[in-house]
Write a protein that binds this ligand. Structure first.
Ligand SMILES: [Zn+2]
Length: 457
């Protein structure tokens, strides 16, 4: 393992020969640290993110860097560390420490192994997003060791609970500990980043995302015995409403940034799709095409419309009892510009059943960040210089990240993970055999360091 790593190191150093490297030895540290981090069980639920905070606190203590630890519930800690610079708005390097569950039966290795194999580091969170957490941390430490005065504060922030909505992590910081994020102007976190497909390298910076609207639909009726069903009862009401929703077509609404995405994809697809992608708003007016797009690429299709997935159902707890109440939970995602109240009103019309109750489990406003910032320009410059043949595009995401908490405060937040990840590893995020190439960890570190140095000195 060691010799493989040494070989990869040499490769990277050759690759970055023109780069001034102030950080010899950091590669070894970064890889070892990431291995240790992947071995810490922060699977959410239940989270146990305080273990991750202990891990970073230990390393910060060793460097003499102060930090604040917050723990809104036992075991669910987050950490904020700040390097002092002059008064320009601060840059926050933001990552989450929790990871989604992993079913070891479908993995080739223990999901908490942190093993190195085939040039990759394996473990749940390698890509989402412990790998970036370590890259950000090594950049933060490199700035701490650099004696030059900085123009702005740099924050390193590890938050809990992102995978379950962030209420106890980023949500807690913006709600209850605004003092810890004072004068923050920019956030860098997950959402997009570097990808390599074959020989083509591209970068995305996520600047806009859909907002989650999680709803519970409750149907009620007279309870009874399964042997004597009335004409209509709770579960039947619920099923009828859900059937209407499942067959409903939400109107497409192609935002300019999404139109750009389709146009850039169009270059690489065959006719007649190329023609359709070049004018996607027009193409989506054909319901046959819209359905085809949704079957072939639900993610891409979701960028063009509001969506609702029916994800949880609950009825009777006994097979021979007709329940007084039946419910379903919906994971709806709204495009920027869509008002929550209007959308709920639309659902009421679709269900067309006044006896149903719609409860809101979680709701947020769709958010965007502008791209005319020094940070965006610096990322573009570094990418352009180091990967002149690559493409960098602002992107729109169906998913939601902790960016939304900061964007709601007017803070610019970009989803940009610097490591270039081979496209074939994409499915391992939240899937099986999650892994990150060692070379990507090192490359990500060097590129992010250069970007952060440009906006700091
Ligand atoms: Zn994530």
């Amino acid at each position: 393992m060691k010799s493989l790593f040494a070989r990869m190191s040499l490769l990277v150093f050759a690759f970055l020969a023109s780069t001034a490297i102030r950080a010899e030895g950091v590669e070894d540290d970064a890889i070892r640290r990431l291995q240790d981090y992947l071995r810490i069980d922060t699977i959410n639920p239940p989270g146990n993110e305080s273990r991750a905070v202990d891990f970073f606190a230990h390393a910060l203590d060793a460097e003499g860097i102060p930090y604040v630890r917050v723990e809104p519930e036992p075991g669910r800690a987050s950490l904020v560390a700040r390097l002092r610079g002059a008064d320009e708005p601060a840059l926050m390097l933001l990552n989450h420490s929790d990871v989604v569950p992993a079913d070891a039966r479908h993995w080739d290795r223990d999901p908490l192994s942190g093993d190195i194999g085939d040039g990759n580091l394996h473990g749940r969170g390698a890509l989402d997003m412990k790998g970036t957490g370590i890259i950000q941390f090594e950049v933060f430490l490199a700035l701490h060791r650099d004696p030059r005065p900085m123009r702005r504060d740099i924050l390193f922030v590890v938050v809990a609970d992102e995978e379950a909505g962030g209420r106890l992590g980023a949500g807690y910081l913006v709600r209850s500990r605004r003092d810890l994020i004072s004068n923050v102007g920019w956030v860098l976190t997950e959402g997009a980043g570097g990808t390599r497909t074959g020989a083509v390298t591209s970068f995305g910076i996520e600047v806009s995302q859909k907002a989650p609207l999680w709803l519970k639909i409750v149907a009620t009726g007279t309870p009874g015995h399964g042997a004597a069903p009335p004409a209509v009862y709770s579960t039947v009401r619920l099923i009828r409403a859900l059937d209407k929703l499942a067959n409903w077509r939400f109107k497409p609404n192609v935002l300019p940034i999404v139109d750009q995405t389709f146009k850039s994809i169009a270059e690489n697809v065959a006719q007649p799709k190329q023609h359709q992608f070049l004018d996607i708003a027009h193409a989506l007016q054909d319901p046959v095409f819209a359905t085809q797009l949704q079957s072939e690429d639900p993610l891409l299709s979701g960028t063009t419309q509001n969506t609702c997935s029916i994800t949880r159902l609950e009825g009777s707890s006994k097979i021979n009892v007709i329940p007084a109440e039946a419910s379903a939970e919906l994971d709806c995602r709204l495009l920027p510009g869509q008002k929550v109240d209007d959308f709920i009103h639309l659902l009421e019309q679709i269900f067309d059943d006044h006896s149903l109750r719609i409860e809101t489990i979680m709701s947020a406003n769709p958010t965007s960040s502008p791209i005319d910032t020094e940070l965006f320009r610096s990322i573009s410059e570094v990418i352009q210089e180091r990967y002149p043949d690559s493409r960098l595009v602002p992107t729109f995401s169906n998913g939601f990240t902790d960016s939304r908490y900061f964007r709601e405060l007017g803070i610019v937040s970009y989803g940009f993970e610097p490591a270039i990840i081979p496209a074939e590893l994409d499915d391992s995020v939240h899937g099986n055999n999650e892994q990150i190439p060692l070379i990507s960890v090192m490359q990500g570190f060097h590129d992010l360091l250069e970007i952060v140095q440009r906006v700091s000195y």
